[in-house]
Design a protein around this ligand. Structure first.
Ligand code: SF4
Ligand code: SF4
Ligand code: SF4
Ligand code: FES
Length: 585
């Protein structure tokens, strides 16, 4: 057991483990110390000095986020010296930064803005030298506006630690310090995987998703267009937070009502696409098992992971499932099956996706994910962007009816299996429900595979189905995925099927989801709360297996034939290729 330390903070006694910081000790007794660069478990580098405190016997103030507790320590967090220092630090940060809050994407949801208010900053007494800042919006998914960067380093840490991509880093020194990419390239010319983990952790709007709301408004106003919207499972578990509802509140009905008010002609659930992905991917797995192919089948529904594989592990491209992701499958079916059933020209259908994800914007723009030159999906907005549209339309979201349901059309009914796609382990569990029934040749009572639930970095299960034993794993974060793939290459691990999602926790914690401050992240793990909203929805469903979805059965019977048929391949499958990490001279 770890040794306990006794100290006092603002004269309140605290007993805490010796490895803890003053910040953690203060939190234990309800004392709030402001922070800016600190992000629990990700960025603990003591860079900004907003969290300074007085320590008995020391002349200099200490940074509470990196100062380890010691026996007999006496800490003061609210003296004039402390307050003056924090304010001076903030004034210095603000002196060279863009302060156009009113027109900022993060207005009212910015950690710097909150801090300026909490520290009672009324003026910025010194203006720094005008500086040139990078503004990069050339890519599909992310905008970098370095005029707003406070040099906290959280993006650098997230990119390195969670994704092992190392796209962003500090460069230069002193006043010229900034965050840069290699050779100052646009993100689009680097091996950035568009995961947006840097966006999720940025306390300000120096990194945001690339907004696309105007294109959606334009389509909605075009009387010629039949505008369909699909929403990913994770969106319903996060959207409510933008309107002040507690984390983990499932707002499916309110969301559907709001989308109808916005004017979409068809409000659909990406879960239908998820059921279809399971059918195609599940049958791919069954084929591999039947043929006794070596090596695991790797899921491909996370576009950031697919990019990571193309850049960093091209030797595994052949293992990637060729089945398109749920978003793309839904779009492909909307512009073929649905269009034909309703007698609408595919040119007149505009498919909008609401996703928890920045990489989905990139995925929708990939030429490999189109059919005969028609993009499966026309426009992707994030959960945050949808919230902005709802607010702009003056819809009182909180008071909306929460019982409304998605349009029950040919792409309407969906299973609980597709719903849990939004959390780590969910894709694997959904696939197992179908594959197990097919291998056993019956409707198994077993539905839940709890071994692959939860937040452990790598979750494994060995499952006996009929005469087969299959070994599966679910991993989240590209850094963890990379370690696992290296083990497989060395022969130290062996699996039949691996689910890989780039975001830690899966899509519920994607970069398009409502922004959560470092303070909130210290207090709760929203990944589990949001995931619970999805598991609860799955449990409430009568149909919990993708192959039992009657709309899916009708789609195969009327239109696609069998899973992996030629038609299914043309519409629902794709291919990936090795990509160079940096442009070749
Ligand atoms: S989007 Fe992902 S890979 Fe790209 S810079 Fe941000 S964290 Fe790194
Ligand atoms: S871009 Fe954002 S996360 Fe990165 S250093 Fe600047 S403020 Fe921090
Ligand atoms: S885990 Fe989900 S939210 Fe994150 S990059 Fe992948 S698909 Fe997007
Ligand atoms: S130095 Fe502690 S929050 Fe930045």
């Amino acid at each position: 057991m770890e040794k306990m330390i006794n100290l006092t903070i603002n004269n309140i006694p605290v007993e805490i483990e010796e490895s803890k910081t003053v910040l953690e000790a203060a939190k234990k007794v309800g004392i709030d110390i402001p922070t800016l660069c600190y992000l629990k478990g990700i960025n603990e580098i003591g860079a900004c000095r907003v969290c300074v405190v007085e320590v008995n016997g020391a002349n200099a103030l200490g940074a509470a986020c990196v100062l380890t507790v010691a026996e007999g320590m006496n800490i003061q967090t609210n003296t004039k010296k402390v307050r003056d220092s924090r304010r001076a630090t903030m004034e210095l940060i603000l002196s060279t930064r863009n302060r156009e809050c009113l027109t900022c994407f993060r207005n009212t949801n910015c950690e710097l803005q909150t801090l300026a208010d909490e520290l009672n900053i009324k003026d910025v007494p010194f203006e720094g030298e005008p500086m040139e800042f990078t503004y990069d919006d050339e890519g599909t998914s992310i905008v970098r506006d370095q005029s707003k960067c406070v040099l906290c380093g959280r993006c650098v840490s997230a990119c390195k630690q969670v994704q092992s991509t190392g796209i962003l880093d500090f460069t230069n020194r002193g006043i010229n310090t900034r965050i840069a990419t290699a050779f100052d390239l646009s993100l689009k010319d680097t091996p950035c995987i568009n995961c947006g983990n840097c966006v999720s952790v940025c306390p300000v709007a120096a990194l945001t998703e690339k907004p696309d709301m105007e294109r959606v408004w334009k389509a909605l106003e075009d009387p010629e267009m039949h505008v369909i919207v699909q929403t990913a499972p994770a969106v319903r578990a996060g959207l409510g937070e933008e309107f002040g509802l507690p984390v983990g509140t499932r707002v499916t009905g309110k969301m559907v009502t709001a989308l109808k008010h916005l004017g979409f002609d068809k409000v659909a659930d990406t879960v239908f696409g998820a059921d279809l992905t399971i059918m195609e991917e599940g049958y791919e797995l069954l084929e591999r098992i039947k043929k006794g192919e070596k090596g695991p089948l790797l899921t491909s529904c996370c576009p950031a992971w697919v990019s990571f594989c193309e850049f960093h592990h091209p030797e595994f491209i052949g293992n990637l499932s060729s089945a398109k992701s749920p978003q793309q499958m839904f779009g492909a079916m909307a512009k073929s099956y649905y269009a034909e059933k309703h007698g609408i020209s595919k040119d007149k259908i505009f498919v909008t996706s609401v996703m928890p994800c920045t990489a989905k914007k990139y995925e929708a723009a990939r030429s490999e994910l189109s059919v005969d030159g028609h993009a499966d999906v026309d426009c992707v907005i994030t959960t945050k962007e949808l919230a902005k549209m709802i607010k702009e339309a003056r819809i009182d979201f909180k008071s909306l009816d929460n019982t409304a349901t998605f349009d029950e059309d040919v792409l309407g009914i969906k299973s609980g299996a597709g719903v849990i796609f939004g959390t780590t382990g969910g894709v694997m569990e959904a696939a197992l429900r179908t594959v197990a029934d097919i291998l056993e040749g019956k409707d198994l009572e077993k539905i839940e595979y709890t071994q692959i639930r939860g937040l452990e970095a790598v979750k494994e299960a060995t499952i006996t189905l009929g005469e087969k034993t299959i070994k599966v794993a679910a991993v989240h974060g590209s850094a963890e995925a990379s370690k696992l793939l290296e083990k497989i290459k060395k022969g130290e691990a062996d699996y039949d099927f691996i689910e890989i999602m780039a975001c830690s926790g899966g899509c519920v914690a994607g970069a398009g989801q409502p922004q959560v401050s470092a303070k909130e992240k210290m207090a709760l793990d929203l990944r589990m709360d949001r995931a619970k909203a999805l598991y609860d929805e799955d449990e409430s469903k009568v149909i919990r297996k993708s192959h039992q979805n009657p709309n899916i059965q009708a789609l195969y019977k009327d239109y696609l034939g069998d899973p992996l048929s030629d038609k299914a391949h043309k519409l629902l499958h794709t291919h990936y290729t090795k990509r160079e990490k940096f442009p070749v001279e």
